[in-house]
Design a protein around this ligand. Structure first.
Ligand SMILES: [Zn+2]
Length: 177
């Protein structure tokens, strides 16, 4: 939690405790704090030890991180966006062993670089938000809404898809060919 506050501070952002979420625009009443709570709803419905739900977990982590990216390290966007690219565009069946491999690729890529994937403007990061997760009451509904949410966020980062594709290709060349 302190990390989150520190990263926001570094960006000159004061985290709001009241009203809609300042990052995703979700119509909550306690800002990002309520978004963080909303995401827990998924874990209440899905058993994340079941491989069937792995992808939903990864998609939710990526969607949440990209929609609220001022509260993470500067290279997180590369990882989350590239993973969404691999899942959505390349149909890679993601699992826990693949994330460290993608991190290797990003670590190699970022050497001597200081770039930052500028996110879409605040509240313009996809029309679905964490509030929409609350309508899911069954595992199937949950999987569906999370995929739609992640897709919305992914599309809102369109200006960076070419870059995500090139990093993803490095990953595919090294680990999937
Ligand atoms: Zn939010």
């Amino acid at each position: 939690m302190q990390d989150l506050i520190d990263y926001a501070k570094k960006k000159g952002i004061t985290l709001q405790h009241e009203g809609p979420c300042q990052f995703c625009g979700s119509h909550v009443s306690q800002g990002i704090w309520e978004c963080l709570d909303n995401v827990h709803h998924i874990a209440e419905i899905l058993d994340f030890t079941n491989p069937k739900y792995y992808v939903t977990r990864f998609l939710s982590v990526d969607a949440m991180a990209l929609q609220h990216c001022e509260i993470h390290g500067p290279w997180n966007n590369h990882i989350h966006l590239t993973r969404l690219y691999l899942i959505f565009e390349k149909n890679v069946a993601w699992n826990y062993s693949k994330t460290p491999l993608l991190s290797n690729i990003i670590n190699h890529y970022k050497k001597n670089k200081k770039e930052f994937l500028t996110p879409p403007p605040l509240t313009k990061r996809g029309s679905l938000t964490t509030s929409d997760l609350l309508i899911a009451s069954t595992p199937d509904e949950c999987m569906k809404i999370v995929r739609e949410w992640a897709k919305e966020v992914y599309l809102s980062f369109k200006p960076h898809h070419t870059l995500a594709a090139s990093i993803a290709n490095n990953y595919i060349k090294k680990y999937h060919s």
